[in-house]
Design a protein. Structure first.
Length: 135
């Protein structure tokens, strides 16, 4: 979660009927868009909602998302579960290994950079984390 803060993502906390979660959001309120880059469930599972991201304007062409998916799949120390094009997930403990952490955060940073660049080409900057909608 410290990494998300350092990347200027807004953290949103949720409560579900069985478990809660925290998600890292990249917001563009000027364009009414919010990108959930990850969701960390209270059971220690990190979920990437690729299927939701694929429907967002900055990722509709598929290039940035495909690059991210390839980078994620290439991290041999992360035991991915679920379909890579839908909602891949893995235990957060896999990121305790420095090599896994570095590879995962590099892939996430590249994805966030691609989203920000798409909006920047259109003259739109991402919101600061505290300027997004209320949680």
């Amino acid at each position: 979660l410290q990494w998300a803060h350092a990347q200027s993502l807004r953290l949103q906390w949720t409560r579900g009927t069985d478990q809660g979660s925290a998600q890292g959001l990249l917001d563009f309120s000027q364009h009414s868009q919010s990108y959930s880059l990850f969701r960390l469930r209270s059971d220690g599972v990190l979920v990437i909602r690729v299927d939701d991201l694929a429907r967002k304007p900055a990722l509709k062409d598929g290039r940035s998302l495909q690059t991210f998916q390839s980078a994620l799949a290439a991290i041999s120390g992360i035991p991915l579960q679920g379909e890579l094009h839908k909602r891949p997930r893995f235990p957060i403990g896999a990121l305790a290994d420095v090599e896994n952490w570095n590879a995962f955060t590099a892939a996430m940073c590249s994805l966030a950079h691609g989203i920000r660049a798409w909006y920047a080409e259109r003259g739109i900057e991402a919101d600061a984390p505290d300027s997004g909608s209320e949680d």
